[in-house]
Design a binder for this molecule. Sequence first.
Ligand SMILES: Cc1cc2nc3c(=O)[nH]c(=O)nc-3n(C[C@H](O)[C@H](O)[C@H](O)COP(=O)(O)OP(=O)(O)OC[C@H]3O[C@@H](n4cnc5c(N)ncnc54)[C@H](O)[C@@H]3O)c2cc1C
Length: 408
Amino acid sequence: MTVERRQVVVVGAGPSGSIAAALLRRRGRDVLVLERQKFPRFSIGESLLVHCLDFVAEAGMLEAVDAAGFQYKNGAAFARSGSYSDYDFGQRFSPGRPSTYQVQRAAFDKLLADEAEKQGVEIRYEVEIVATAEAGARRTLTARAANGEVRTIEADFVLDASGFGRTLPRLLNLEEPSNFPARQAIFTHVADRIPDGAFDRNKIRVTVHPEHLDVWYWLIPFSGGRCSLGVVAEKSFLERYPGLPEQRLRTLIAEDSGLASLLVDAQWDTPVRELAGYAANVKTMHGPGFALLGNAAEFLDPVFSSGVTIAMRSASMAVQVLERQLRGERVDWQSEFEVPLRRGVDCFRAYVEAWYDGRFQKIVFAERQPDDLRRMICSVLAGYAWDERNPFAAQAKSRLDTLSKLCA
Ligand SMILES: Cc1cc2nc3c(=O)[nH]c(=O)nc-3n(C[C@H](O)[C@H](O)[C@H](O)COP(=O)(O)OP(=O)(O)OC[C@H]3O[C@@H](n4cnc5c(N)ncnc54)[C@H](O)[C@@H]3O)c2cc1C
């Protein structure tokens, strides 16, 4: 069998794959992306944070994203039994643009992949990576196309951007269980028909269940009068709700009167989906001839919409290290990629833990919140979890502990 030789192969054409491929191509590198699905395809993860647009801009795609007509987003709102609190991304500690977008991922991911292609990246759709091996300093991949054709590709380096597919972690036995309990999401898209003024369409709305504080709903407005709507809870909790996914989601929404009244006229026109046990971790984010990007490495939880931002940030950071390696410099993936990437991931982890044990909700729904601290928290909510100057990012856990005690 002939072996195809490439400089860099990227597995998966989601946000981390397209951004990484474009960034390498812009540096003159030969990049091949292999994607097992045909685009456009459905994907969850629709509310973007501001920081991810920094990487869209770095990859030369911001103009196309700005022109695509996605729903403008300027913050995050939290609701619980009649209480309401919102954070405006324009009022935050870390500098940068004040807004971002909420996107149907089928369209967004296709746009990024098309933009990468326009810059010279080669993308092959309906090709799945099914095996990998070390080949001296290089790595081989076995790629199986939808028509059954199997070929071997040898690359100087592989970036695994295969998201929940977690290709190299599975094949190389790198998977580690997450510390979070197994949670599940039930979700759909609706034509929401929410009257003007009843709801701030420029923000994601996270609603806490009136009785179970670790159960929450998302309402993510899109342009064109549509919304993404979902609920997240521990799997064991959702087992109490029998029936088909749509019936389960409708029953859960009916339990929150505020959300139910917003959605009273919604038209349910899209199949309801379920996703369970998505939190994941790995033993290492890099190894001989490869690095893991985005969800292929780690996924925490959807509550702070951090997934796409972490995915794109990991792409940008990996490309900087890889570019130096390809130039023949000595690099250390642990200290130059994994450790600094994990700093921001661990900041989000501290916020997720504080969300589910109630500390973050004490802060969010407190009657009085000092403005300067709100700005620091808002920065993390906008995605700037790596900003070392922000105490609510750099020392997230201890700061949230102290503030939640004060708020209580
Ligand atoms: C319920 C839920 C809600 C979420 N909400 C948000 C949100 O509001 N905002 C947010 O930012 N994030 C959210 N996320 C997280 C978000 O979905 C992910 O973090 C993000 O999609 C990760 O991007 P990625 O590029 O790493 O992977 P993906 O977007 O998953 O892309 C991976 C690609 O790789 C391809 N692939 C997989 N295996 C192979 C293989 N073997 N060979 C070839 N191709 C392969 C797949 O087909 C896919 O196209 C949510 C997640 C969940 C579970």
